[in-house]
Design a binder for this molecule. Structure first.
Ligand SMILES: [Zn+2]
Length: 454
């Protein structure tokens, strides 16, 4: 009989050697080895012998952190023409988990689950649109499919939320004059809130509207309770009704009457109170995002709880859509350039969004025995000029960056997904990625059986 102490130890499936391991949930920032066995994190130690693993990847000089969680990516390829492939935009850009930002509602979620969620290694959640048809559809814009109270089917949405608690992150609706301030008063919002209350889920609110057409559709002005209001008044009223844990997207919008009042150069009324009460602000970078607004809000002490890309298809003919094709790593780099620490930036793309999604037991950190969802990133020194995404007719704002985070590979369960530069549409990222790529190829294959895929 073999004594237990002499039993042959099972080898790890994968060893990530000598990386700079950053896990803001602990917090931890030190050079260490990470071992994976049976798709779970089996050890994080100073020096793990390579003989104890079947496969080792040398990640010296790279950042090893929890897989990035992007709370806002348009990924419903079969419904929204502005969508990205969730595999290419997910595990191949450092993002192991992403959330559909309401392109799906109760009537379309089942198709989304079959066609998208079940066919990608990227973990997908959904901000279920309060409106049954969800947001964007081919040939129809949001005003047609989700900004009228009669389009909201409370019972159907509650049913889907109950059937799929692992996938439904919360309920999406809009603080836009076309909906929230329509002649129907608060009806769109109160119906969304009814779904969220019955399903015990947070709300995810789009803020910001360019939309003169939206006003015109309802007589030319935003309305609330049948009275004409400014966009800021509509925002303030909505913020008062939000609960701790609810999420407001796009605080850095360049549009007037949003979280930053760009006309009167101040934080809009109700924002500080909501912020103090535990309402969370998700950056939702996207197409109407302004560096100037980021600076103003950060100076005023209003920080995003989470960083998300609001990424759209890069090959779209629409300039507005193409501007919204920046990945999460580059968005994180912007906040490094604004002076936020690396750990705080990573926390806003890992641990904080895990808390928003209530998935701390399986994502957002590098704790022992948790499923492996890991991002390996390069933090590159250099000089870059980044651009924001102003609305039409204005020159983009610029931001000097001395460091750029770029994805190198991800690990989900026991599988490794190396980055292919072809997946990265943004010019700045392509340039840097090719740089990282050639650098990776030149690295000595120190104890590694891993070959990058071209
Ligand atoms: Zn969006």
């Amino acid at each position: 009989m073999t004594p237990p102490g002499n039993a042959p130890q099972r080898k790890y499936d994968l060893l990530l050697k000598n990386g700079r391991v950053i896990d803001p949930s602990k917090p931890m920032d030190q050079v260490a080895d990470v071992a994976i066995l049976d798709g779970k994190i089996a050890a994080i130690e100073q020096d793990i012998d390579v003989k104890r693993s079947r496969r080792t990847i040398n990640v010296a000089g790279l950042v090893v952190c929890p897989g990035l969680i992007d709370l806002h990516v348009h990924c419903n390829l079969y419904k929204n023409p502005e969508s990205l492939d969730p595999t290419a935009a997910g595990v191949y850009t450092g993002v192991t988990r992403m959330v559909d930002p309401g392109d799906n509602g109760a009537y379309t979620f089942q198709a989304f689950r079959k066609a998208v969620i079940e066919s990608t290694p990227t973990r997908i959640h959904s901000w279920l649109n309060a409106a049954g048809l969800g947001g964007f559809m081919y040939g129809l814009y949001n005003t047609d499919v989700c900004l009228h109270p009669t389009l909201i089917d409370v019972d159907a949405a509650v049913e889907i939320a109950r059937l799929y608690p692992d996938f439904i992150a919360g309920i999406k609706t809009y603080c836009a004059p076309e909906g929230w301030g329509s002649p129907d008063g608060t009806e769109v919002y109160t119906r969304a809130l009814a779904i969220a209350d019955r399903a015990r889920l947070p709300l995810y609110i789009h803020s910001g509207s360019p939309s003169p057409e939206g006003y015109q559709a309802y007589g030319g002005r935003p309305m609330l309770y049948g009275e004409e209001v400014t966009r800021e008044q509509a925002l303030t009223k909505m913020l008062e009704m939000l609960r701790p844990g609810d999420v407001v997207a796009h605080p850095f919008s360049t549009f007037a009457g949003t979280v930053w009042n760009s006309v009167e150069k101040r934080v809009s009324h109700g924002v500080r109170e909501a912020y103090a009460r535990g309402v969370r602000f998700d950056s939702g970078r996207g197409a109407h995002y302004s560096f100037a607004v980021v600076r103003n809000l950060m100076n005023a002490g209003v920080l995003p709880y989470t960083l998300s890309s609001d990424r759209h298809a890069e090959d779209n003919h629409d300039e507005f859509v193409r501007r919204a094709s920046v990945g999460l790593c580059q968005h994180m780099s912007e906040f490094l350039a604004f002076g936020m620490s690396l750990s705080d930036v990573i926390m806003r793309a890992t641990w904080n969004p895990a808390k928003v999604l209530r998935v701390q037991d399986r994502a957002g950190s590098l704790h022992l025995d948790k499923p492996a969802e890991i991002a390996i990133l390069a933090l590159r020194d250099g000089n870059w000029t980044l651009q924001d995404a102003p609305f039409f007719g204005k020159a983009p704002g610029t931001l000097k960056a001395k460091q750029l985070l770029t994805p190198v590979m991800t690990v989900v369960d026991h599988r490794v997904y190396p980055i292919n530069p072809a997946f990265l549409p943004d010019l700045v990222e392509i340039q840097v990625q090719e740089d990282v790529w050639s650098w990776m190829k030149e690295r000595p294959p120190h104890h590694t059986s891993y070959e990058p895929v071209k």
